[in-house]
Design a protein around this ligand. Sequence first.
Ligand code: AMP
Length: 280
Amino acid sequence: MTVAVVTAAHDFRRACQEARVDGELALVPTMGGLHAGHTSLIKAAAQRAPTVAVTIFVNPAQFGPGEDLASYPRDLASDLREVEKAGGTFVFAPEPAEMYPPGFQTWIEPGALAATLCGARRPGHFRGVCTIVGKLFALSRADAAFFGEKDYQQLLVIERMVKDLNIATEVIGRPTVREPDGLALSSRNAYLSREERMRATALWKALQAARRKFAEGEKNPARLEQLAREIIEADGLRVDYAEVRDPLELQRPAQADAASRLFLAAFLGKTRLIDNGQLG
Ligand code: AMP
């Protein structure tokens, strides 16, 4: 027995409507390729609400030209087993044409929070994220929706969207789940060769080194960023960005403090890895 799957938007809306009669509905939006990071969100959602809707949709609108839309891991049968084990109630797994039918032309355009870091490197990415998440919130009218701090900027952008558009769904952020060696779980880790997988810990090593340096008294953002860059590059990755930012507006602080976060993105071969964490 696996969880029920709906693929039509109107069926998803109806299933959510029925669930909300009995109590709260929690939503966990994903792109599939489910791993323990995703299932931690589903488990947290199941603690919050009797019904947990998990969405599995590789959203074309958040991929840029030349990115990995075509090769992104897709294995619905395996994903359904993971949802079931974690305590999800049902799954919405639409085809792209269901979410973006002919004539589709209305987008949610986020502001300054989405213009920096991944938003600067992936133009249009957060517009695609906000639009799909906004659509999922409109369909589900979920009481709460769960997102990972692995994608910390995404979490902030969605929190801002919910405030700005008066959406009633409560946005809940959850900590990053890591492999025993520190690598943040990601569906994209499946792209890594055995040899790349060993070097993929570079971002975690950089984050830990920056934390140690900060604890020793280094408050200068540029020096902490430089240290992170050197560690990532020493393992042969290409740094996309290494930035110390405040945790609310994502601005660069004059002096890092314990709440400041280090944001990292780097290419390992063709695979783009991201990570982030608080310095203190
Ligand atoms: P994705 O399928 O990559 O779009 O991710 C779906 C949700 O899972 C997002 O809210 C992510 O932030 C979250 N997520 C992905 N990886 C992790 C992780 N390692 N730990 C916690 N949450 C994660």
